[in-house]
Write a protein that binds this ligand. Sequence first.
Ligand SMILES: [Cu+2]
Length: 448
Amino acid sequence: MLSRRRFTQLSALTAGAILSADSLLAAPTPDITLELAPYLLEASPKHHIRTLAYNGQVPGPLLRMRQGRPTSVTIRNRTPDPEIVHWHGLYLPSEIDGAMEEGTPMIAPGADVSYTLTPDPPGFRWYHTHVRAGNDLSKGLYSGLFGPLLIEPANHPGDYDTEAFLTLHDWSGHFMGSSDGNMAPAYDVSTINGKMLGSGEPVRVQQGQRLLLHLLNSSATDVHWIALAGHTFRVIALDGNPVPSPQSVSMLQLAPAERVSAVVECNNPGVWILGEVRKHIQFAGMGIVLEYAGFSNKPVWNQPETLVWDYAQFAEPPSATTSSEAHRIDLLIEAKFHGHAAEEQWLLNGKSYPDTDQPVLTAGQRYRLVMKNNSVDEHPLHLHRHTFEVRRIGKTRELSGLMKDVVLAPPNLTTEVEFVANNPGLTLFHCHQQDHMDRGFMMVFRYA
Ligand SMILES: [Cu+2]
């Protein structure tokens, strides 16, 4: 006999929230339904990966929401473990943001949750699981539980003819010893939109079109470098937020959880490869074909020479803006070596989560996070429920206008960002590298 579906009700939601009714018949159809369930991904005819997915697809469905228009969501957990859905880059109440550290309830196996969210800010966002994986490299962000989300602004710029969403991911991870003696995940298979190079549908364009690409790196741990043979990218937005100085570049760097939106002028007819610049990762599958109408030759790849990426080029020219009114919060990032064949523990100001400090924010106040990375690793640092401005990376000049929700902090340098405390509630700050956050690299800010 089928057990009756259990509806979990969330408390303390914002006004206007629709709580799930006890009867399916009485409940209105939600705008969005996400069903989490086991899934067998065919990355190529030779590569089948047992994983978890939203709505039986990898990545999860592209969700389009309208800025400010309340959107009802139902999440159905049909996996064997408790799950949680994080809305990455949105300004949501802590109760539905999707991090248990902020107080969002986990969704029990077999349970459904319904609530209404108000999408903001506009731009390219995404949604993903926020559970701990630990040593299980098939759980958390090692799984297929991720998907793109576009929040349409009230006024659309619309300066393009066609658009494509490309999600980068790594699969079949195992721990490998690195040169410094620590263990870190390494992968056998890499994909774009769930397919290895040559196994998926090409991106189809016509000569003369302007193609808007929205790229997302959903990898649990790895930074990726992307080029498109025969073309350049005009970067117009980072993490979904328009950049003050759009630039044309030959390659993109995306740290875990970062997004890049870029326009490609389709003025070089042929069949081309868009893929990882590092050959062994492209061989592992990270690539997709760009095909002009009327062309069917073998896809062409051109190997770029050096890896170059610089956030500063997209920021505003130096200006007189001062941030003297920002309150400074110092964070010291360190690793504690646990011996060979073990993963290190991560420390923020000398403590690992859940023992990390809880800095107290005052609503309306501006803060400057001064993050000194005293480790040999780079870290994609993410602040929930807020957008920050990248102000300085290492020895760069003071930057302005570069609004993001993830910043890659280079090793042995100090990275500085500023944000306004404008969304009261518990707020998680963490490294987006799954193995780092699982080993203590998390901290919760609270409001006074
Ligand atoms: Cu990290």
